[in-house]
Design a protein around this ligand. Structure first.
Ligand code: 5RP
Length: 213
């Protein structure tokens, strides 16, 4: 099976978690785009979606799925999103597409986080994939120096702004043995908006992983 076919397979598997007559949270990335295709086949059975990126919102609307502002939603039962790396404990690195902050916000609201990723994303230890850190532009150099102290090599993502108008530092060379602790530590650096570790609120199920739903 090609990687594209594997993405489609996990995207389709996530449909079983979608709750009828409810709003579903939708992340971003190519696997999520495949999920949106499948979601469009049951669009009459859901109320609509909340999107974690402008690109996903546009794609949802193109498929005739109503997009809600997160502030107009009281509760979100399910959030479906991809990952760049995931462990057997369902800790993740996300943000390869740069949507980490909004993804983390929607994930925080959701009762169940369904991760959809092909098996190539499963790792014993997080860190081979460069950890994205979203920073306020004026804090770029300071946060870069702070990441160097933590044994990472930060690289500014070129020609890129997040949906929030910020920058991304992709931090290479980390071996992340305690994901929740590092997540909290990096978030504590002044000027950091969010980092791409999703461990304090990891996934609840993984459609290709150890707890395959
Ligand atoms: C975007 C993300 C994506 O979920 C992650 O990058 C995986 O993307 P893909 O499904 O294209 O491999 O976190 O910010």
């Amino acid at each position: 099976m090609t990687q594209d076919e594997l993405k489609k397979q996990v995207a389709q598997a996530a449909l079983r978690y979608v709750v009828e007559d409810a709003v579903v949270g939708v992340g971003s990335g190519s696997t999520v785009f495949a999920f949106i295709e499948y979601l469009s086949t049951i669009k009459n059975k859901i109320e609509g979606a909340v999107a974690a990126s402008e690109a996903s919102a546009e794609r949802l609307k193109k498929h005739g799925i109503r997009v809600f502002d997160l502030n107009s939603i009281n509760q979100l039962q399910v959030y479906v999103d991809g990952a760049d790396e995931i462990t057997e404990h369902l800790d993740m690195i996300k943000g390869g597409g740069g949507a980490l902050t909004r993804e983390k916000i929607v994930a925080a609201v959701a009762q169940t986080f369904v991760c959809i990723c092909d098996a190539s994303k499963l790792v014993p230890v997080l860190g081979k994939f460069p950890l994205p850190v979203e920073v306020i532009p004026m804090a770029r150099s300071y946060v870069g120096r702070e990441m160097l102290k933590r044994k990472a090599q930060p690289v500014l993502r070129e020609n890129f702004r997040t949906d929030n108008g910020n920058l991304i530092l992709d931090c290479h060379g980390l071996t992340i043995l305690d994901p929740p602790a590092l997540e909290a530590e990096i978030d504590g650096i002044a000027g950091v908006v969010t980092n791409g570790l999703f461990a304090r609120r990891g996934a609840d199920v993984c459609c290709s992983g150890p707890r395959m739903g």
